[in-house]
Design a protein around this ligand. Structure first.
Ligand SMILES: Cc1ncc(COP(=O)(O)O)c(C=O)c1O
Length: 448
């Protein structure tokens, strides 16, 4: 059996430490409040100025949204692919979610789509989905309140800075399955504003004054992180970077070179093939998953705020998440890859899927198809743009700056700008390439 996730594997060596924490906490008999250290550790780890711990990632978002005293029903932009909590916190805070379509490949908020819906927006909640970096344009940071949902991005650093540090507020979940998870529910917000910090601290503690516990100056909620979770998180934080490296290693075994924190490793498959793939994998003892099977804009609970987001709808119909956890073995990865490569699953006309995807990309990016009718090799310096390569059929072997990756059918790989690549596909392999900026005609000819 290859499980989707295996928390036992990362906890087994920490059992004694957890037992010691339980003993110490029983001895102190201080279970809630008290002097938890995690806020200060998380503040240091992320390099932020202030941190408030709370009960969950959902509460973190709610607390952050309430801290700005937006007018009731103010409009908040939310990507149409995320966990429901991102939009639900907006609704629970008395605000209106405005769903924004996503990039069809990464599922991250598409800023061109945002600009089409930005009228009346007061706040944007970008999500670093699956551990990928959602870059927020400076113009958006200048104009709007930005609350980053970092629930899936613990340890994600860009230009040596942790994500969320540049946001007005960033929100984290420490749900057990997250890259850093408690042994129960937990969450936190970080900010560089002393004023917001104080408001969020009070909001999470029933509006209680800092100096007089029973003086409630504002109406808040009870969202404290209990001391056990606080201490478990302090114990686990020491290993976060090591576990992130492990997640990247496993992603490479799958043939995906991800330089983010790989919270979820996903592939996109033809929508009408997905259920069969998951069913077949289960029969072979492999647990696959979907993050998320429904776009937020299509969920019944958000009916009132429904807006078409076709890329998000397609993404959610196509995505399959693969088993991945620190210390996963090559043998287990190979078992998953074998299932993904099963010939009977390739019943769907990939060209149809391809045509649909092409439709959504072509306005923005050049889109190149290569068919490897004969075994083919190429070697060039990928000078111009970052590229995503998707394998529609067959197997592509691609060496990127000396690292060999074998990308199976439906796998994808990121090729950074300026890298040396050498590739060959088995006969019948077809791939498509998406570039992150426009190629000029000459470049297109070169790549083709
Ligand atoms: C992107 C995102 N936002 C918010 C949340 C909510 O966090 P929690 O489950 O801790 O409430 C999650 C967690 O599942 C998430 O993945």
């Amino acid at each position: 059996m290859v499980e989707f996730s295996n928390l036992y594997e990362i906890h087994k060596d920490l059992k004694q430490e957890f037992h010691d924490i339980l003993d110490a906490t029983l001895n102190d008999s201080c279970f809630v409040g008290g002097n938890g250290e995690f806020a200060s550790k998380w503040r240091q780890y992320t390099g932020s100025d202030y941190c408030v711990t709370c009960n969950s990632g959902t509460d973190a978002l709610y607390i952050a949204l309430r801290a700005f005293d937006f007018e009731p029903h103010a409009r908040v932009a939310v990507p149409a692919v995320s966990y429901a909590a991102t939009a639900m916190a907006v609704v629970n805070a008395g605000l209106e979610p405005v769903f924004v379509d996503v990039d069809p490949v990464t599922g991250l908020m598409d800023w061109d789509e945002f600009h089409k819906r930005e009228e009346g927006i007061v706040c944007v909640v970008p999500v670093h989905l699956f551990g990928q970096y959602c870059k927020v344009p400076e113009s958006v940071r200048d104009k709007y309140v930005v609350i980053e949902d970092c629930a899936q991005a613990h340890g994600l650093r860009v230009d040596e800075q942790h994500v969320g540090v540049r946001a007005d507020v960033a929100c984290f979940s420490f749900y057990p399955g997250k890259n850093l998870g408690a042994l129960g529910d937990a969450g936190a917000v970080i900010t560089s504003s002393a004023t917001l910090y104080e408001k969020m601290r009070a909001m999470a503690r029933l509006g209680s004054s800092k100096t007089d516990r029973y003086m409630h100056e504002t109406v808040g909620i009870n969202s404290r992180m209990d001391i056990l979770q606080d201490r478990f998180l302090v114990a686990k934080l020491k290993y976060l970077d090591q576990w992130t490296e492990e997640r990247r290693r496993v992603a490479r075994l799958y043939g995906q070179s991800r330089d983010d924190v790989v919270h979820v490793l996903y592939i996109l498959v033809p929508p009408n093939e997905r259920d069969e793939l998951i069913r077949y994998a289960k029969s072979e003892g492999i647990q696959l998953n979907c993050h998320y099977p429904h776009a937020l804009c299509d969920l019944p609970c958000f009916e009132k705020w429904r807006l078409p987001c076709p890329n998000a709808t397609k993404f959610c119909a196509s995505c399959v998440s693969l088993p991945l956890y620190p210390y996963m073995t090559q043998e287990d990865v190979d078992k998953v890859k074998k299932v993904l490569d099963h010939p009977e699953l390739k019943t769907v006309d990939n060209k149809l899927f391809f045509a649909e995807l092409k439709n959504s990309f072509e306005t923005k990016r050049v889109f190149v198809v290569k068919n490897f009718d004969n075994e083919r090799r190429g070697f060039h310096k990928n000078k111009i743009t970052n590229e995503w390569i998707f394998v529609l059929s067959g197997t592509l072997t691609i060496e990127i700056d000396g690292n060999v990756n074998v990308v199976p059918t439906h796998g994808c790989i990121f090729v950074p700008k300026q890298s040396w690549i050498e590739y060959h596909g088995t006969p019948g392999t077809s791939i498509f390439v998406i570039c992150d900026t426009h190629y000029n005609e000459e470049d297109v000819q070169r790549v083709r």
